[in-house]
Each structure stands twice: as C-alpha cells, then as structure tokens.
Ligand binder design. Sequence first.
Ligand SMILES: [Fe+2]
Ligand SMILES: [Fe+2]
Length: 163
Amino acid sequence: MLRVDQAGEFGATRIYAGQLAVMGGRHRAARDIARMASQEERHRARFDALMTERRVRPTLLAPVWNVAGFALGAATALIGPEAAMACTAAIETEIDRHYGAQLDRLGDADPELGDMITEFRAEEVEHRETALAAGAERVPAYPLLSAATRLGCRMAIGLSERI
Ligand SMILES: [Fe+2]
Ligand SMILES: [Fe+2]
C-alpha cells in the first residue's frame, strides 16, 4: 500500500510540475495548481518518511512516473487550463476510489497509515472540487479525456502495486 501510494503522490507532484512549467504564473489556474502541488509534495514527503521508517522499497517505476507524469501535465496544460483541470478531476476521482478501497481493506489494522490516507484523501477530493469549479468539464471531449486519464491512472496504480 505504501509503495503504490508514494508512487501516486510522486506522480501527482510531477503532473503539477509539468502543468506549471507550461503555464508559468500567467493563468489564474496556476495559483490553484501551485497550492495543490504543495499539498502533493507534503503527501509524498510523509509517505517517504513512513517508507524509510518501515523499510518499504519504492516502486522501480519511479523513473517512468517521473517522465510520464511531467509529460501528462505539460500536454494537458498545452491544450489549455481547462484541460489541465480535467486531468486533475479525472485523477482525483480515481485516487478517491483507490484510497477508499485501501481504507476498507485496512480497517483498524494500521491506524498510523489509515489516518494519513484519510487525511490525504480529503485533500484529493478538494483538488477534484477545485478542478471542477475551475471549469474542467468545459473542455471539449471531456468524457473521452476523463475516461482515458482514469484508465491510465488505474493502470499506473496496478503496476506500482506489483513492481
Ligand atoms: Fe496527494
Ligand atoms: Fe491531489
């Protein structure tokens, strides 16, 4: 669980880094993105610390998520701020599901991890709301873009759990 969660938070920081690299500070959306990015940074750092403490090795796919995350962020931002937000809305929908499923599996087995997931999940849901409020659904072909991003996200989760 820790391995995949740290991979996801790392990927999230890379997506937002790609978006901010393209958008700079010009767009109003950039302020929202910078705020969400700093929360992802905090999530990743806390999973990093717990992994070190528990001697969990990180996913071997980190170099892939490094590049793929940045590319996804940059590509969506190149389409426009609403596409960037559509990407966030899609991913956070999957992450909400993913963290929810983990919490169901955990029960009270690991309160330290469970509390972290609960806290981060609430912030991911806020990110989704922020993205929707910023016009994610106004992007042309939103259902297609959203479905493709969610599929990619589920595949990344599945791979990071195994490798
Ligand atoms: Fe996060
Ligand atoms: Fe997030």
